[in-house]
Write a protein that binds this ligand. Structure first.
Ligand SMILES: [Zn+2]
Length: 477
């Protein structure tokens, strides 16, 4: 096996950067760290692919905060989203199981749920989320963000004490403003568990106040980068591109990437504001801080823009940085890891028993005394009937990707069980090829797709949606 060992930064460098950053200077005088549970702060930069962060190789200075934080904690260089879009990816973070098990991935026919991208939520209301488990440890939990998929009627955020997620146009500043008020109302000494979802980098990229940013300088591309805009034939531009009926120009894509970078830089600055607030009002050094994204974005790769339809690296590889001084050593970890592991990581640091039947394992395995020898991360995408109808039969498929140590395997699950294509495999010998394919097959057989693609809504969710008037043909009660 050719996996390289992690590269460690010295703790001294971390301290130096930390002080210059002015975060971490405050220590809560009331904290008895030996007894008090750490706070949990999970921050999701929605739609931010890893390679737009400087610490993951982007040459532009877009993510100043992420870059500094990457030197103060564990940075995972191959962090993989469990799904290429918002709802199933967040659901996996919160439940610790892959999309084929939690079910927040469906496109039920006839359910006009435009507000959430024609999807439904957790298929089984009995699936545990980490805010639910943390209640037993007296945590107060808050979810605040801009992604409509986090609406509690879809189930994934139902167990937070406060959920404030409406409005995809809500800015990160507004999210911070609301969160600061909630945090100030928390009783002293009570541990908190917070999920923040910053939605600005999700398309359309329309932050006009950033027109003067350095990434837009000297660009003269077409001034429309809203890939969701309606075109004369009634389809959205993203659908025309998916069908191959519109080929975005190099200039358009260049301009879209520049606006995207501006949105990411804005989110990164607002995240820094949140951490500065946290350092003043909580105890940042006694907080499990997780910085990540739910999926990435395409800008012409594979002939597509946007996300949600493929398992390309650009939509699956996301930033992942975990920081907690004294408990998380500063290092770079190259093994692939999945965001499903955030569930067990959070419960582990909170001192709460993990659910026995999850796909999740604490990331702390990478800094325990027993060295990790192998690691696996999976991702799944399922057929979207409406997308197939509007674009191409080529998308009529269910696919899985498996990142297994240094290998990636992609296969189509509906058309031919087992391995169908392996586009980036680079085996050194036939023996390793056989070994990797064997392990991938084992994982596939151990994780059957138990929920049918056209699953019925769970009766409890159906009743909630019906009461809200979202079920066609059934009047509000
Ligand atoms: Zn998203």
């Amino acid at each position: 096996m050719m996996v390289k060992p992690g590269i460690s930064f010295s703790s001294g460098l971390g301290k130096l950067v930390l002080l210059s950053f002015c975060i971490g200077c405050s220590v809560n005088p009331h904290r008895d760290s030996e007894k008090q549970k750490p706070d949990i702060l999970l921050i999701v930069y929605d739609t931010v692919r890893a390679d737009r962060a400087g610490c993951y190789g982007h040459p532009e200075p877009v993510t100043s905060l992420l870059d500094r934080m990457s030197r103060m904690g564990a940075m995972f260089s191959t962090a993989v989203a469990p799904a290429p879009w918002t709802l199933p990816s967040h659901a996996s973070m919160l439940t610790g199981v892959y999309p084929h098990r939690h079910g927040a991935r469906f496109v039920p026919p006839g359910l006009g749920l435009d507000m959430v991208g024609h999807s439904i939520g957790l298929a089984d209301p009995a699936i545990a989320t980490f805010p639910l488990l943390l209640k037993s440890a007296q945590y107060f939990s808050i979810c605040v963000g801009g992604a409509p998929a986090l609406n509690p009627i879809l189930g994934i955020t139902r167990d937070f004490d406060i959920v404030d997620v409406y409005g995809s146009n809500r800015s990160a500043e507004t999210i911070n403003h609301n969160l600061f008020e909630y945090l100030e109302s928390v009783a002293p000494g009570k541990p908190v568990c917070v999920l923040v979802n910053y939605f600005d980098a999700h398309g359309p990229y329309v932050r006009m106040d950033l027109e003067g940013s350095p990434w837009l300088r000297d660009l003269d591309g077409p001034r429309f980068t809203n890939f969701y805009r309606k075109m004369p034939d009634g389809r959205m531009l993203v659908e025309q591109i998916g069908a191959g009926d519109f080929i975005p120009s190099t200039g358009m894509l260049h301009y879209a990437r520049a606006l995207y970078d501006s949105e990411i830089a804005y989110v990164d600055r607002q995240c820094e504001n949140l951490l500065l607030f946290w350092a003043r009002h909580r105890d940042l050094d006694h907080t499990l801080l997780i910085l990540t994204a739910d999926h990435g974005e395409l800008f012409g790769e594979n002939g597509l823009v946007d996300h949600a339809r493929t398992l390309d690296d650009e939509v699956l590889k996301v930033p992942l940085i975990v920081r907690m001084p004294g408990r998380v050593p500063a290092r770079i970890i190259q093994y692939p890891v999945s965001l499903v592991d955030l569930f067990a990581t959070v419960t582990h640091f909170a001192g709460v028993q993990n659910s026995p039947d999850t796909d999740s394992e604490s990331l702390a395995r990478f800094w325990r005394s027993n060295p990790v020898r192998s690691s696996l991360a999976a991702s799944e995408v399922y057929r979207d009937a409406r997308w197939v109808e509007l674009t191409s039969p080529a998308f009529d498929r269910d696919q899985r990707a498996l990142y297994l140590d240094e290998f990636k395997i992609v296969w189509d699950h509906r058309k031919s069980p087992g391995i169908r294509q392996s586009p980036i495999l680079n085996f050194e010998s036939s023996d390793s090829r056989e070994h990797v394919l064997s392990r991938a097959g084992e994982w596939d057989r151990a994780h059957p797709t138990v929920l049918p693609v056209s699953a019925e809504l769970h009766p409890a969710i159906h009743e909630e949606l019906k009461a809200l008037g979202y079920v066609p043909g059934e009047s509000m009660e």
